[in-house]
Design a protein around this ligand. Sequence first.
Ligand code: PLP
Length: 456
Amino acid sequence: MTTPLSNSLHIADISTTLHPYTDARKHEKQGPIVIDRGEGIHVYDSNGKKYIEALSGLWSVAVGFNEQRLCDAAMAQMQKLPYYHTFAHKSHEPSIRLAEKLVEMTPEHLTRVFYTSSGSEANDTVVKMVWFYNNALGRPEKKKFLAREKAYHGITVASGSLTGLPYNHKHFDLPAIPVVHLTCPHFYRFGQDGETEAEFTQRLLAEAEETILREGPETIAAFIGEPVMGAGGVMVPPEGYWPGIEALCRKYDILLVSDEVINGFGRLGTTFGCEKMGFKPDILVTSKQLTSSYMPLAAIVFSEAVYDVIADNTHAIGTFGHGYTATGHPVATAVGLENLKIIEERDLIGNAARLSGPFQEGLRKYADHPLVGEVRGTGLIAALEMVADKETKRPFDPVGKLGGKAFEIGHEEGLICRNLGDTLALCPPLIITEDDAAEIVRIMGVILDRTLEFAK
Ligand code: PLP
C-alpha cells in the first residue's frame, strides 16, 4: 500500500499530522492514501483509484458517500441557523425533531434523549449520568461498571476505560474509572475444550454473577455491552447470553447499557441490536449510522425511570452540570433526522435483513480456506479470522502482520476492509445491492488466496 510521496498533499500530511490508530514513523515513510471523493458504496483516492468501501468508512456510512439529501439538509440548516446551543432552557427545531424521531424508533420504554458529538463522549456521558443517578438515589458506593474484554466503547478517559482492548489501555494509564472486564462472549476463542456453546454461555453468566457478588451488588452501577461486538473483532454472542445478562441486571438492580454505536439503525437487519439479541436496555447509545457520519453526532436514549431520578436531582441542585458546546448541534441533528428518514423510506433496515443471507452465506464458503479459522457475523457485519493452524486455532505470530498484508492486498484489489489483528472485518453501507454483496464476497476470496502466499 505504498503511495509515492509525489504531491504536496502527501508531503503536507506527513509533515503536520499525527494520525489516529497509525504507526507515525511508518506513516512518515509511506505517506497517506488521500481519499478524495465518494459515490454510493465507493470512494476514490487522489490518484483516481476506486475502492468498494466495505467498512462504510468506520462502520458508519449507511446511505453511501454522496447522498444529496444530506447535503441539502445541512445547507438549509446552515443558512437558517448554523449554530445554537441547548444549554439553560434554549432549544431549536432540529434537535427537538430528531429527539422525537429517536424516541419513536427506539424500544418503547426509552423516552429521553441526550446528545453528544461522538460515541466516546456519549459513553463518557453515560458514566457520568449513571454516577449522578446513583448519587441522587443516595447510593454513593454504586459506581462500578461491568464491561467485557475486547469491547470497544471509545477512547476518552472514561469510555476508554470501559473498552477492553490492550492497546487502548497500555501507555494511556487506563482504566481510570472503576470497571471490571468480564470474559468476551466469543465461543470460538474463549470456549474451553469439550465445552458446548450452551455450557459456555452458562459459564459466562455464572462468572458475571460471581463477579457481582464478589464486588458487592451495592457497588455495581451498570453493565455496558455492544449487542454484537464490533471493533474488537465482530463477535456475535451465543443464544441466551443477553437475556441472561439482563436477568442478572434486574436481580441486582444494575442499569443495562446497550452500546449501539455500530449496531444501531439496521446494521444487524433490525432497527437496534438489543431487539435482535432479545433484551431491553435502560440506556441505549447511538452514533455513526445516526447521521451516516456526515456530521459528528451521538445520542443517548434512556428510560423515563432513569430520567426521573436525574431530573429530580437537577431540580434539587438547580442544574444538570454537564453538556457540550455542540450538544444537539442544529446542523448535525438536521442531517441526522434526514438520514433516518432516508433509512426508513428506502427500507435500508429491510435491505440489511434481506441481504444478510447471501452476504453471510457467501462469506461462510471461505470457512474451508486454509487461512480461515472462523467466519462470523450477522446482518451486514461480518469477519473472517485468519489463523496459523485451523485445528488448534493457533494465531499467527506476530498477530496482525498477515492481517496487515491482507488489508494492503484489499486496497490493491479495490476493496477497503479493516484488519483487526488477523481478523478481516466487513461492514458495507446499508445501500448495497445483492450484486455488490456478491462482489465483496468474490474479492474477499481473491484477498485470501493472495494473502496465503505470505503465510508460508
Ligand atoms: N462505541 C462503539 C460500539 C464503537 O464502535 C465506537 C467507535 O467505533 C465508539 C463507541 C466510539 O465512538 P467514537 O469513535 O465516535 O468516539
